[in-house]
Design a protein around this ligand. Structure first.
Ligand SMILES: Nc1ncnc2c1ncn2[C@@H]1O[C@H](COP(=O)(O)OP(=O)(O)OP(=O)(O)O)[C@@H](O)[C@H]1O
Ligand SMILES: [Mg+2]
Length: 250
């Protein structure tokens, strides 16, 4: 589970994240949907323990990030928007290195690596150098690493950027499979379609605040009701299309 309450991040006088609260329960995929600069990455990096919040509380799988950072981070997987992989490693070496970071024993790690390479359809490239991988293959390898230590909660920042339809479908299937095993997934995206297709619940973030939260049905109802902040946001998210078309998208 991931539980965030009253999270704030200020950069000088600018408030990038402004009192955000949300909860992702085991087995749920929660979409964090909003335009560029809304505060998605900032929030995710704070939950990952990479950025210190100005205020607020973060609990990951029962562990308060402020008081039990190692337990919280150890039970979490993180897939950043711009992952770094050392290119001179093979896929298996990268995963072995990752396993070491999370303290997976040598006897268990080879089996886990096999399992993850199969799951992300990378088994054929197990001993190839990462530098020869396509963008989609690198993306899948980073995801394999994030799931290797069997985290009970996973953060994913923009997982679908640059993936072809087959790659995107694979990711969708794997995320759903992981959620069915009880993993809580928080995923950011700009795209309404992605959120709609993959997520059980969606929180819409705008200028550092969650302005609406719920199922696709809930949001559709909200977007249909005039004179709230949602209507202009939906226009933005759907590339300026009208409300009628937004209804079709949702
Ligand atoms: N280190 C920083 N110093 C100052 N402002 C920052 C810093 N990092 C982020 N910001 C600002 O915080 C706001 C939120 O940024 P963030 O990266 O969280 O947005 P995002 O929702 O992830 O956007 P995108 O969809 O483009 O990835 C932006 O206005 C950004 O310029
Ligand atoms: Mg971002």
């Amino acid at each position: 589970m991931i539980a965030v309450s009253d999270l704030v991040k200020q950069y000088g006088r600018f408030t990038a994240v402004d009192l955000i609260s949300l909860e992702v329960k085991p087995g749920q995929i929660h979409g964090f949907l909003g335009p560029n600069g809304a505060g998605k990455t900032t929030t995710i990096r704070m939950i990952a323990g990479l950025l210190k919040p100005t205020a607020g509380r973060i609990v990951v799988n029962g562990h308060d990030l402020a008081t039990e950072p190692e337990a919280a981070k150890g039970s979490l997987g993180f897939i950043p928007d711009r992952p770094f992989i050392y290119e001179k490693l093979t896929a298996a070496e990268f995963l072995r290195f990752h396993g070491g970071l999370y303290g997976i024993g040598e006897s268990a790690v080879e089996e886990r690596i096999r399992e993850m390479l199969d799951l992300f359809e990378l088994a054929r490239w197990r001993d190839e150098l990462v530098e020869s991988f396509s963008h989609g293959m690198k993306q899948r390898l980073v995801m394999a690493g994030a799931f290797l230590h069997r985290p009970q909660a996973v953060l994913v920042d923009e997982p679908m950027v640059g993936l072809d339809p087959r790659g995107a479908r694979l990711i969708k299937t794997v995320f759903r499979k992981m959620a069915d095993r009880g993993v809580a997934i928080l995923m950011s995206t700009h795209t309404l379609e992605v959120a709609q297709e993959m997520c059980d619940l969606i929180s819409i973030i705008l200028e550092g605040q969650i302005i609406a939260s719920g199922t696709v049905e809930d949001l559709r109802r909200l977007a249909g009701s005039a004179d709230d902040q949602l209507t202009p946001l939906f226009l933005k998210l759907t590339g300026g299309s009208g409300l009628q078309e937004i209804d079709e998208v949702l």
